[in-house]
Design a protein around this ligand. Structure first.
Ligand code: ACK
Length: 551
């Protein structure tokens, strides 16, 4: 028997559940089966799903609907009895996802009735003077869920500090001085150039502060000959960064604006940008270390979204890593950041956007929000788990947009735990209201870290997955080996596959990493890409099978 079935989060169409593993010898559990049905329809028709880890995200549910869940464990000796039944509800589009406050409110409403609630709310109103509540209640339901995520002019949750857009200052210099300390340049010692930024060189060096230990810093400089607009744009990042104070956000030490060169001084991050760091250390870290990095980034993003700041350019290249592997979000500046990003491309609507990292609604009609940052976060997860591989490989931007529209999503990278790929897929839901928020993501990743066995099931553990059916069903996207290899930009191996007897997708779906190596795929990156895609094919097959579980 397993312990209590706990709800981690719920959205309109999904519920994430987790439970403590039963007290059995290691590896005794084959898998868990979760049975669920709509409470209203009793047990007449139920669905079930299986998982090898003590957590699951059940998708495809109806909004505002109560579901009944129970769970049983399968060991080599057979199935356990079902657990007691647990009832959890999906949210409607007017509630804050998985918000404890929301749940409390529901309980309060049920318990004390509308009239008492009215009195409580009135008192709340009068005592705290938080008229924001009224303003919020006037907003549309979707905006309401994301109230504190609106860029620049966010309405804060009570007690939460809110980001102020420096562009709302008539004089941008005033914003810099409000949010950034002026540093006397004699306290700075520039040591060496470490890179090139859009506005000038990036250097490393030391910063002395009276009464404090000297610290290592990175110094961004504004090259001479700038015009006033460039100076303002350059310092804009400092005005934004200076408002943040979080261990996973790059810390601003101060600015030099009263002498030349103009400089922005930030904490030094020994390992530089996350994308190149991972590429240079391919395969060097444990899954727990990678999840730790992702947890840090999610925590920084949670802080930013709580403050009402939308990043718009979240990508591994914009994360910095220090010597303790702590990851910090950097590169602030909203639309201007996109101008500087070499990945950003012009869209038909005229904006410049890093297509591969950006949610469809932000590409199509510039709807940037913390939910579009959540999409980008899913891409960062994929970059991290694939050690800095380029998302969608060499596919063109246009092909990426079309494939996403058709429902294609990046397959799990090699060595990626199922739970993490599930979270990525959750971030890439077309409907932005169904994506997880950063609060939920941080607590989900915390759970994985606390319970490392939940990371043992890898998507590529082909042997561990239930046997796929002998006959391959319908593959949604690919009809031939050639099409499949073309789609993952591995066409050069077409002949090798066929020569080795792998001429149908059915045979490919049964391939192991050894087979892939044997047919002559020697490059690790190519092996990884092919194996990831094989896993996706297998998952699609499993998904088809699971549909058959409906009784
Ligand atoms: O990948 P990198 O080594 O990390 O090369 C780029 C380069 O400067 C141009 O942006 C590095 N860089 C930027 N900010 C910092 C920082 N705070 N600490 C260390 N390196 C940094 C970045």
């Amino acid at each position: 028997m397993v312990g209590m079935l706990k709800k981690d989060w719920a959205s309109q169409n999904s519920i994430a559940l987790s439970w403590l593993e039963p007290n059995l010898p290691p590896l005794a559990v084959v898998d868990y089966e979760i049975k669920y049905y709509e409470k209203e329809h009793e047990e007449l028709s139920y669905s079930s799903t299986r998982t090898k880890v003590p957590s699951v995200i059940i998708t495809g549910l109806k909004p505002s609907t109560c579901y009944v869940f129970s769970l049983r464990t399968r060991t080599s000796a057979g199935h356990s009895a079902y657990s007691p039944k647990y009832e959890y509800e999906t949210t409607d589009d007017t509630s804050d996802m998985a918000s404890d406050q929301g749940q409390v409110l529901v309980i309060v409403t049920a318990a004390v009735g509308g009239f008492t609630l009215l009195i409580i709310l009135t008192l709340f109103f009068l005592i705290t003077g938080r008229c924001q509540w009224y303003i919020k209640s006037k907003m549309s339901s979707e905006d309401k869920r994301r109230t504190n995520y609106q860029n620049g002019h966010a309405i804060p949750y009570p007690g939460v500090k809110t980001y102020v857009d420096p562009d709302t200052y008539e004089d941008p210099a005033q914003a810099v001085h409000e949010f950034a300390k002026e540093i006397d340049p004699t306290r700075i010692r520039i040591e060496r150039v470490i890179g090139a930024g859009e506005f000038g060189e990036v250097c490393s060096g030391r910063l002395r502060t009276p009464g404090k230990k000297e610290i290592a810093v990175a110094i961004k400089t504004l090259k001479g000959g700038y015009v006033e607009r460039q100076r303002r744009d350059f310092l804009r990042e400092a005005s934004i960064m200076g408002q943040f104070d979080h261990p996973n956000i790059i810390r601003l030490e101060g600015v030099v604006t009263k002498s030349r060169p103009v400089m922005i001084v930030v904490e030094y991050m020994e390992n530089g940008s996350l994308d190149s760091f991972l590429r240079n250390h391919d395969g060097h870290f444990t899954v727990i270390q990678l999840v730790g990095m992702l947890r840090g980034i999610a925590s920084g993003m949670k802080y930013l979204s709580d403050m009402g700041y939308v990043h718009r350019d979240l990508a591994a290249r914009n994360i910095l890593v220090n010597s303790n592997l702590v990851c910090k979000v950097s590169d602030f500046g909203l639309s201007r950041v996109l101008e500087d990003d070499p990945e950003a491309a012009y869209t038909t609507t005229g904006g410049k956007i890093p297509i591969r990292w950006t949610a469809p609604e932000a590409i199509a009609y510039r709807k940037f929000s913390s939910a579009s940052d959540a999409w980008s976060y899913g891409i960062v997860m994929w970059e991290v788990m694939s050690y800095g591989e380029r998302p969608y490989w060499e596919m063109s931007n246009q092909d990426v947009i079309l494939s996403i529209e058709e429902g294609y999503r990046l397959p799990a990278p090699m060595g990626c735990p199922v739970a993490l790929h599930q979270l990525m897929l959750h971030c890439w839901q077309k409907e932005r209201s169904q994506r997880p928020n950063f609060i939920d993501m941080v607590s989900f990743l915390d759970k994985l870290i606390r319970n490392p066995s939940s990371l043992l099931a890898l998507v590529e553990d082909i042997q561990c997955l239930p046997e796929s059916p002998g006959e391959v069903g319908e593959y949604p996207m690919f009809i031939s080996i050639g099409d499949w290899l073309d789609s993952i930009k591995m066409s050069q191996y077409k002949n090798s596959f066929v020569a080795a007897g792998f001429s149908t997708l059915d045979s490919v779906a049964h391939m192991t990493i050894e087979d892939v190596r044997r047919i002559g795929v020697v490059l690790i990156g190519h092996q990884r890409r092919i194996v990831s895609s094989i896993q996706t094919l297998r998952l699609q097959l499993l998904h088809e099978q699971e549909k058959g579980f409906h009784v």
